[in-house]
Design a protein around this ligand. Sequence first.
Ligand code: FMN
Length: 340
Amino acid sequence: MSKKILVVVASTRPGRLGPAVADWFVRATAGTAAELGVEIEVADLAEVGLPFLDEPEHPSTGIYVHEHTKAWSRQVGAADALVFVTSEYNFAMPATLKNAFDYLSAEWAWKPCLFIGYGNTSAGTRGVQMARGVATSLRMLSIGGDIFLRIAEAFSDGKVIETERLAARAREALTELDHVADVLRPLYRADQEIVPAVLADAPELLVLQRCCWVDEALANDTLELPALLEPEHEVRAGLREWATWCVRIDGRLVGSVRAKLDGDKWHIGRLMVAPDQRHSGLGRRLLAYAESQAPAGVSAITLFTGARSEKNTAFYQKNGYTLSSYAEVPAGAVGLRKPV
Ligand SMILES: Cc1cc2nc3c(=O)[nH]c(=O)nc-3n(C[C@H](O)[C@H](O)[C@H](O)COP(=O)(O)O)c2cc1C
């Protein structure tokens, strides 16, 4: 599971330049995004289609009555960082961007943002300055390295003129956004919220899984347990291969679980909770969450645990699983299955 950077295209008028700027940014940063494990998604406000703010409650309540607000909340809430591609209209940001800002509150907070402004004489700087003030009041952190494009010089036939110098600035900005998002993550992901794990979580996952699998080693009288032995690069490989989720408390990674499709079965693994957080219901929450992420059409949920891990087996049985042998269960383990 990767971090997500949301590129918001502010202008909505027919024939606008905004999408061409977003296209250029996505293309220029594609290689860097892949290296960093970052997914770039574009939110074109013309497609998001928000009417002028029509929610009865203040956005800080998080109470939304309209489906368009809920969808916008989900999209911004899932982002780790924002890139605002904005034109300048009459020395200001387009009203569409201000409106999109105003719809939400907590979804923006503590996330780093970058501005790409474009315009005529000012190259969009005045519009960006205004948008930055709004972003700051929403608790976003505007990083350095904003990009400004003067239309007469930076565009040809409605497209950004691509130069290596400009692409390098985009790559540097993306890298900075990613780095700042890592640092701010404990602030913008609320305590105890189950969120997708990212590659940057690998060192902490390594520590947590080694700690948790010591109990498995003791219960099963073996050290031959992949979760106990694998080095960090294998944890990172696991993050690329499996959908993995984690939970933090006060910034500390205290729980995790992962799952992947195995034929027509949804296979769950590596359910772990830090010793001081056990018996709090966190393991049950993580398991239920991983189950809820099963794609439609799977026939069963499967997992395995150590053959002598009696507490684990009892926990899974309490949560609807029955012992069941299937081909992929490794030696020394027992399989469990829950029908969907
Ligand atoms: C309503 C309007 C107001 C504008 N005001 C400014 C301005 O204040 N400063 C500027 O540099 N360009 C201004 N322009 C020119 C825009 O920068 C240019 O048209 C740009 O392509 C607009 O972005 P868009 O194509 O994504 O809509 C304005 C354009 C429009 C349509």
